[in-house]
Each structure stands twice: as C-alpha cells, then as structure tokens.
Ligand binder design. Structure first.
Ligand SMILES: Cc1cc2nc3c(=O)[nH]c(=O)nc-3n(C[C@H](O)[C@H](O)[C@H](O)COP(=O)(O)O)c2cc1C
Length: 318
C-alpha cells in the first residue's frame, strides 16, 4: 500500500502531520511518540525575534474543544536555530517550519533566513497575525494583504510554501485562489476560530488575553466544509486541520479533497493520536482494497458530482 503524498515538491512518507503549536518543537514529544513514523512535524510558529506571549491563563477547555491565546510565544530565529534545530535535523521525516511576521517585510525576511538552512522541508505561513501596517486587521482576512505576504515569501525562498488560511472569512474560496496565484504550493486549512469563555463567578473572561482561538473536535465540521470549499477553487494540495481525533475524521478530510491532514489539540490529551490515525487509515485501505491513498483524495467529491444531492429545505439553517 502506498501512503506517501506530495506537498509541492516535498514528499511525505504518509499523509498524517502534527499541527503547529500543538507539538512544541518535536523534542517535547520524543519520549512519547516515535517521531519518525509521522508524515511530518510542523513546529510552533517562529518569527524573527523572541516573543514572550500573552499573560496567563492562556488556555481554557470548553465543550468539545479548547480556546487558546498563547500569543505566538517563541524563541525567535536565532533561539530556534540554537536550541531546537540540532534535534529536529536528526529526524528522518520532513520538518515544516511555521513562520509569521508583523509586516510583509518580516515574513519575507524570516522566509529568507530559513531558505539558507539545510534540511528544512517546507515553510508554513501563519497568516492569522495582526497586520500592523494596514491597521490591525489580519493578513489572512484581507485578500490583498494575503496575496502580498505569499508573493513576498515566494520571492524570498525556493522552499515549498504552505499558506495556512484563517477560517474567519465569509467565503474561503477566493482566499485559497489568491494564495495559489501568489505562488503558494499548498494550503493548510484551518487555523483556530476566534472565541472566548467567561467565568461567571469572577464575572470576567477566562483568558488573560480575553479572547482566543477555538480548536478541537467541535471545529471539525466547520474545517471540513472549508476544505471542501477551498478544494473547489484550487489545484494545489490542501492539508486538512481541525478537530481530527480518529482515522475516520482524517478520511473525511481526505475525501473532501485534502491530500494530507494534521493533528492538533488531540496531541495534548493523547500524544499517540497521529500514529493511531496512520494505523487506522492503513486498516481502512486494507479493508476497502485501496492500493494508494491518493485514490481517496476528493473521493466524496466525485460522488457528490455524479449523484443528485438529497432535497434540502430552502429556509436558512437554524
Ligand atoms: C495551543 C495552540 C497553539 C497553536 N499555535 C499555532 C501556531 O503557532 N501557528 C499556527 O499556524 N497555528 C497554531 N495553532 C493552530 C493549530 O495548528 C491548528 O490549526 C488548530 O489547532 C486546529 O486543529 P485542531 O482542532 O486539531 O487543534 C495552535 C493551536 C493551539 C491549540
């Protein structure tokens, strides 16, 4: 059976990754998970300088998920290279570096720096960061800013570029198309969704940052639809992310059109999730006589295209 897939020119041994910010820099999980069995490790977001992050509490559990406001804490480029890269470069699987900046120039500069680091598999652009120059909107929710960031990074590196899109848009299709047109080799969908929780005894927000980003099983159906919609708009591969806990979850994303998937929040409560998902995909392929995982990519789309959809009510969903 063939489980390997391509993201741009990056070959992954299997389609199951671990998502940025939920797996540290790999080393934290090394005693719990055989890292070399993963499709790839995506590290926590790195920008040029060290970032202290937000005041605590930084995470709060909610029904079916987690809200976090870490604030992109990180060691900066130099700190990452000194502290984490020596371990990461010993891995046999691809290492994908999640990068971000506060301006287009900062994105391009961090991309340029990693371009000259031997052994980096790909760069994932986290575009859900404040766009300071354009007045505090997020790059990922401003289509022109998104295109500028992707184009600037494209010009700064030959590494495969994966643009990680925000779910906080009315229609993801034009954002997906803009990232593709600006030179992105792949898309990651989705990042966390803006959210909050309130402590009714203290009568104040539970997070130090007041608001944060919702992740975990409760976002899975939303992420799945975003992947479905984006897959209609682009030819580049999509990495499906959002609430994946089981092989069945991962297969839903693949059948919606994702070439690969990433496990996020589940790593916190079950660090072996990605390995379980890989084993479950293998078992599904065995049971259904599938030789190559790529046969399943978009499989639900073919059915949807050829079979009339069941009647739906025209009233708005409530
Ligand atoms: C604590 C935490 C930190 C995260 N940090 C980052 C980050 O640095 N960069 C990024 O692009 N996404 C980050 N994410 C988003 C995840 O990579 C992923 O897109 C999101 O959690 C949805 O997947 P899930 O529902 O499986 O967790 C973070 C998520 C969590 C929960």
């Amino acid at each position: 059976m063939n489980l390997s897939v391509r993201i741009g020119r990056l070959q992954l041994p299997n389609p199951v990754l671990v998502a940025s910010g939920t797996f540290g820099y790999g080393v934290e999980y090394a005693e719990l998970v055989d890292l070399n069995q993963l499709g790839a490790v995506v590290v926590k977001g790195i920008c040029l300088e060290p970032v202290p992050g937000n005041p605590p509490p930084r995470t709060v559990e909610v029904t079916g998920g987690l809200i976090n406001a870490i604030g992109l804490q990180g060691p900066g480029f130099d700190g990452f290279m000194a502290k984490y890269w020596p371990f990461l470069r010993t891995l046999k699987i691809p290492v994908i570096i999640n990068i971000w900046g506060k301006t287009v120039d900062e994105y391009a500069e961090i991309a340029r720096r990693f371009d000259s680091v031997e052994g980096v598999g790909a760069l994932e652009l986290n575009v859900s960061c404040p766009n300071i120059k354009a007045g505090g909107a997020q790059f990922g929710t401003d289509i022109k800013a998104l295109a500028r960031v992707v184009a600037a990074c494209r010009a700064a590196t030959r590494l495969p570029l994966i643009t990680k899109l925000s779910p906080n848009v009315v229609n993801i299709a034009p954002y997906a198309a803009a990232a593709e047109e600006a030179g992105s080799d792949a898309l990651s969908i989705m990042n966390s969704y803006p959210a909050m929780a309130i402590d009714i005894e203290a009568r104040r927000p539970k997070l130090g940052n007041i608001t944060g980003g919702l992740t975990g099983p409760c976002i899975k159906p939303i992420a799945l639809k975003l992947v479905w919609d984006a897959a209609s708009a682009v030819k580049i591969p999509i990495i499906g992310i959002g609430g994946i806990q089981t092989a069945a979850d991962a297969l839903e994303f693949i059948m919606a059109g994702a070439t690969a998937v990433a496990i996020g929040t589940a790593n916190f409560y079950e660090p072996q999730t990605a390995l379980r998902v890989i084993a479950g995909i293998r078992q599904y392929m065995h049971e259904h006589g599938i030789q190559d995982i790529r046969e399943l990519v978009g499989a639900a789309r073919q059915v949807a295209n050829s079979t009339p959809a069941p009647p739906t009510r025209s009233a708005p969903h409530s």
